[in-house]
Design a protein around this ligand. Structure first.
Ligand code: MIG
Length: 817
């Protein structure tokens, strides 16, 4: 524990000024095919155009022959230097060189090699005023911003949404200490920041998997980015909109592949469910209580002495039978796999690793060994393709039992030693280009999850794999979902999960979430109820807790809390068609599923740092209660017309309102114009999917909106071959009329869905009829017909039933009479 002594007056350190070098004056600018090479007095910068809006800048300190500049990227990057676009040119004035890449202009000052990025209108968007370094070649890049700049992204960090005034370290760390605002590094390192200034927003991605720092604190009108080792290799990512920056960043680092349906269901975990009987009993309890659940996790106790790829023969004598029985109940198992392989001459995995030379080694060729759960362990060198393939294939052990998902933990890697990780001078083979651990530390977790996802894919017979990871680097979204590690059962941590997951989303990682209820410390019924309400609408939804904490399954705190948990988990399942469509959108364009309001309303000053409420897609606001004994909260509704989801109450936006939120209510608001697909709740995504889809259309008299509805088998990769359905839905209201259009963009999948029931809510009270569809005599009558409509005057609710569209364009014209 720290005491006041920690801040003794004798401890004030006087910062030593370090000698700084910089590139100096520009000596020449050369156009070398797809590179523009800026030669300075003390080094070079190689500039390249990646795609629309993305320019890469890589610094080379000292002498480097121009013809052999190393432009390799890390595995984070999937889009590489392309040819200069047609029309690109370099011009020169007395003071600057201007590289016009058509959509981005790059201006380099002759005097000091500073760089400015301009848009097509010659507006300056970003300015890299200096790149300088010390004797150890630790580079600092200074980006001039302004006093009004807001900063987003930066991956998994504590604190609020806007990172102005913060400083972060990128160094994947296992932090069990409480996650407080002053913690600079957690498990994930995503060196990507979005600067939202008065002019256009832009992003800077630093592709360096060693230790780096982002400082938005030391200077009020500048951001500094510092590396310790390796190259200073960054990407400028233009807007013009905030959404474009996020989407473009994922062009560069890749997008989530569509997860299986079940991975989007409710997940239950505990460190640990100790044996087969306990797991089966747990599954039965979910079914008896009618609480939907798709996945149960096996934490480290399932293994034989914490040896990965084994089952403890006493606790889990018949894992295969257990899996089969669970599947009958609609439940899958996701076991934990850590990277540490127990040093044990009698253990096959260790033998294979040793014989194959698969472990990371110190400079003298002896494997790096360190203590983790199994005792002294060795660590696979995932930078080698051969090792990754070996590791991936080991997962046959699990897939043969019917397992389709794996949980990667401790992959920072965490080691129980002084540095808490692998020695930085450990070597990685890196497919023939050896690097030290210090240079690629932040990649270790990503490479492990990549090996895992690819291995599972090889052995799942066309089923989609699911990987959950604790550690990661930019691009991790391509391989795994992320949970935010060891939080605590604190109300503060529930609140913090919102900005953390929102910024992960802005950092290209849409599929993430915290341990619902909190991992360490002890939850309470009220906290669990509130956290489950919120967590049920996060992209990743898992309740998990630590062995010495009070139990926190949904039923541990009596019937009231159980009912609340059940209702909200059911809400998640009802909304699955909506959520799944958002997942698919995210897999297509990289935009997050769970969004900060700033993403949709970037001009609205009320939302620059708003992070105690969030959007799902662009039209649902979720406003959790995150304090105890609180049954009201302020909610901000941005521009537009909004409805209270529960009561139907109508609000005009750009207003703060006071929401009524007794324990069983989490405030939800839906925007007029929204078209929300939903259905009945099912116990598991393995249950037969309901035949009827409901589309709720939120009207106001003058609204319009669109939604892209997606469906496929939710399980296999057949969608990659076109086995899916995609519908473009749009609604538009004009004087006395509403037009709903359903365009079947793709009909490639035969689902067992038969009907759509379209419910028009909040139509101005009048009389209505729907052209081209038959009226029925009452609402009940809709159950007995394939197609027809009924208008209920008292409630103003108009309901239309149609057969699930196949190829044609369906036009629904609602008119007042
Ligand atoms: O140091 O596997 O974050 O979710 O339950 C503890 C045991 C190791 C840390 C993970 C946590 C997991 C736990 N693990």
């Amino acid at each position: 524990m720290l005491t006041s002594e920690a801040i003794s007056p004798d401890k004030v350190k006087i910062e030593k000024k370090v000698e700084a070098y910089s590139i100096g004056k520009v000596v020449s600018v050369e156009n070398k095919g797809n590179l523009v090479v800026v030669q300075g007095e003390n080094g070079k910068m190689a500039l390249s155009k990646i795609s629309k809006g993305i320019v890469r800048v890589k610094l080379f300190i000292g002498e480097h022959p121009t013809d052999s500049l190393d432009m390799k990227t890390t595995v984070a990057v999937v889009k590489h230097d392309s040819e200069q676009p047609d029309g690109a040119s370099i011009k020169e004035t007395d003071t600057v060189f201007i590289w016009d890449t058509v959509d981005v202009k790059v201006e380099i000052t002759k005097e000091n090699s500073s760089i400015r990025f301009l848009d097509v209108n010659e507006q300056m968007v970003a300015e890299n005023v200096s790149l300088h370094w010390d004797v150890n070649k630790a580079v600092t890049g200074v980006f001039q911003t302004s006093l009004n700049a807001h900063y987003y992204g930066l991956g998994e960090k504590t604190g609020f949404l806007d990172k102005r005034g913060e400083r972060y370290e990128m160094w994947n760390s296992d932090v069990f200490a409480p996650h407080v605002p002053e913690i600079e590094a957690l498990y994930q390192s995503i060196p990507f920041v979005i600067v939202h200034d008065q002019t256009s927003p832009y992003g800077i991605f630093l592709d360096n998997p060693g230790r780096s720092f982002f400082d938005m604190r030391s200077q009020a009108d500048a951001m500094t980015v510092r590396t310790e080792t390796g190259a200073f290799d960054y990407y400028y990512i233009a807007g013009p909109k905030l959404k474009d920056v996020v989407s473009q960043y994922t062009t560069l680092t890749g997008r989530m592949s569509l997860p299986p349906h079940w991975a989007i269901g409710y997940h239950q975990s505990r460190y640990s469910y100790m044996n087969q009987d306990e797991v089966l009993e747990l599954a039965r309890t979910f079914r008896e209580k009618g609480i939907p659940c798709d996945v149960i996790y096996l934490d480290i106790h399932y293994m034989d002495g914490y040896r990965v790829f084994t089952f403890d023969p006493v606790r889990f004598p018949k894992p295969k039978e257990m899996m089969a029985e669970l599947k009958e109940m609609g439940i899958r198992v996701v076991p934990i796999v850590d990277p540490g392989v127990k040093v044990d001459g009698n253990y096959t995995i260790y033998q294979q690793g040793t014989n194959g030379n698969y472990f990371c080694k110190k400079q003298d060729g002896v494997p790096f060994m360190g203590p983790v759960w199994p005792g002294i362990s060795a660590f696979p060198d995932f930078t080698e393709d051969e090792v990754s393939e070996w590791w991936g294939d080991l997962h046959r052990f699990y897939t043969e039992m019917g397992i389709e998902g794996i949980w990667n933990d401790m992959n920072e890697p965490a080691v129980f030693n002084e540095s808490k990780t692998m020695d930085v001078d450990t070597m990685h083979g890196n497919n023939g280009n050896p690097v030290t651990h210090g240079e690629i530390h932040n990649l270790y977790g990503l490479l492990m999850s990549k090996a895992t996802a690819e291995g599972l894919k090889r052995h799942l017979d066309g089923h989609r794999p699911f990987v959950l990871t604790r550690a990661g680097y930019a691009g991790i979204q391509r391989y795994a979902a992320v949970w935010t590690g060891d939080n605590r059962s604190f109300w503060e941590h529930m609140a913090m999960a919102m900005p953390m997951v929102l910024n992960l989303g802005l950092s290209g990682i849409p599929f993430s979430g915290p341990d619902i209820g909190g991992f360490a410390h002890h939850t309470s019924g009220e906290l669990l109820a509130r956290w489950t309400q919120m967590g049920a609408l996060f992209p990743y939804c898992r309740n998990h807790s630590e062995l010495s904490s009070i139990r926190q399954e949904p039923w541990q705190f009596g019937p009231e809390v159980e009912k609340i948990c059940k209702d909200y988990i059911e809400l998640r399942y009802k909304w699955l068609p909506f959520l799944y469509s958002l997942f698919r959108e995210s897999a297509e364009n990289g935009l997050p599923i769970m969004r900060p309001l700033i993403l949709e309303y970037p001009e609205d000053p009320n939302v620059f740092n708003l992070c105690d409420q969030f959007l799902l897609g662009d039209s649902v606001i979720v406003a959790p209660v995150y304090r105890p004994n609180t049954d009201h909260r302020a909610v901000y509704l941005p521009e537009g017309t909004w409805y209270n989801y529960w009561t139907g109450e109508k609000y005009e936006g750009k207003n703060h309102i006071l929401a009524n939120a007794p324990l069983h209510t989490m405030p939800l608001y839906v925007k007029a114009g929204a078209i929300m697909p939903n259905t009945e709740s099912v116990p598991s995504t393995m249950s037969e999917s309901p035949e009827n889809l409901q589309l709720t259309v939120y009207c106001s008299g003058s609204a319009n909106g669109v939604f892209e509805l997606y469906e496929d088998d939710g399980l296999t990769l057949a969608y990659e071959q076109g086995v899916f359905n995609l519908f473009d839905l749009s609604m538009k209201e004009t004087e006395g009329q509403l037009n709903l259009e359903i365009k079947t963009k793709k009909h490639g999948y035969e689902s067992n869905r038969k009907h759509w029931t379209i419910q028009f809510k909040h139509l101005p009270i009048k009389d209505y009829r729907i052209e081209d569809f038959a009226a029925v005599s009452n609402k009940e009558a809709l159950n007995h017909t394939d197609s027809g409509w009924y208008y209920e005057k008292e409630t103003g609710e108009l309901t239309l039933k149609i057969e699930q569209p196949k190829k044609e364009l369906v036009r629904v014209n609602v008119r007042s009479v």
